[in-house]
Design a protein around this ligand. Sequence first.
Ligand SMILES: Cc1cc2nc3c(=O)[nH]c(=O)nc-3n(C[C@H](O)[C@H](O)[C@H](O)COP(=O)(O)OP(=O)(O)OC[C@H]3O[C@@H](n4cnc5c(N)ncnc54)[C@H](O)[C@@H]3O)c2cc1C
Length: 338
Amino acid sequence: MPYHVTLQPSGHHFQVAENEAVLDAALREKGGVLPHGCRNGACGSCMGIILSGEVVYPHGRPPGISEREQAEGKALLCQAQPRSDLVIQAREVKAGQDLPIKILPCRVERRELLAPDVMRLYLKLPNIERLQFLAGQYVDILLADGRRRSFSLANPPHADEWLELHIRQVPGGFFTDYVFNRMKDKALLRFQGPLGTFFLREDSPRPVILIGGGTGFAPLKGMVEHAFHIGLNRPLHLYWGARAKADLYLDELPRRWAEEHAQFRYTPVLSEPRPEDGWAGRTGWVHAAVAADYPDLSDYEVYMSGPPPMIDAAKAAFAARGLPAEQLFYDSFEFAPR
Ligand SMILES: Cc1cc2nc3c(=O)[nH]c(=O)nc-3n(C[C@H](O)[C@H](O)[C@H](O)COP(=O)(O)OP(=O)(O)OC[C@H]3O[C@@H](n4cnc5c(N)ncnc54)[C@H](O)[C@@H]3O)c2cc1C
């Protein structure tokens, strides 16, 4: 028997099947788009408050929600399954709700090694197909036996001859090892997308801070190029955190943006510069550099993507500097569940 779910404050409502996650049903029914990121119960982007009714997690409490949050009535909607009708308080996003989520084949048109552990893939769709997406969204590469691996789109929507991915090699990683060691040019892949709600809110007047850790630069590249394309004239300040200079694998690109666009600033931050880097720039953790430069974040919009420890540390540091939760958007690069 399906359960009836109502979202507050929008009043959108939809049906959720007995063994279905609330987010999956919401995406299917397109009543509005609930914020979401990894869809593995890890990143916390899809957290809502259960105002009435009961949910369960068939595989146990997911890592992205603490016992305390659960006790406060919060739930991770990508994993929570209803056991009664529900009323849920959740903010919704309007943009993206009309974009179809497709499963498409593609060909690896070109591979380019950007750093020892970062590969850029250019994916070509069949001629009759096009992927409509918002700058910053991601796709899931679909592998044999149902495994999927998430990667952000690094190209902006207007430059869609190829889809561009920046893939960091994970030691022992099932898919990324294949990309680095065994994948051939013209290899065929299948993916599902566009996914996620990590995209630039264009209707806001606030100045924007973008923070990327490692390949977290990928979705931010798409967003910044899109912002320039539509003539967005809000201040944009990009921070890119990496270990050493070689890990800022496209460093010349944001440096060029800073020369060409008065509203754009770029601050690279290295956590472990090597002596041969001759680095005279900022050092330390990237979120700490942002916190030092912006002691009051209450008027800013912050977009960040990269490794989960960076996201977690930044969330706490920025909340302490007055950044309201609704002005923070992030994609935490979680691993797929085993
Ligand atoms: C929304 C989103 C967007 C992303 N975008 C990008 C992107 O643009 N670029 C990019 O490089 N990456 C991105 N990622 C991360 C990327 O999806 C993973 O790096 C990728 O899935 C690794 O695949 P793999 O098969 O090589 O590794 P796996 O085979 O899945 O894992 C390899 C090893 O990692 C370790 N591991 C696995 N699971 C965990 C875990 N839960 N916790 C700790 N260690 C674990 C294990 O040691 C395992 O052997 C994104 C992730 C998300 C959720």
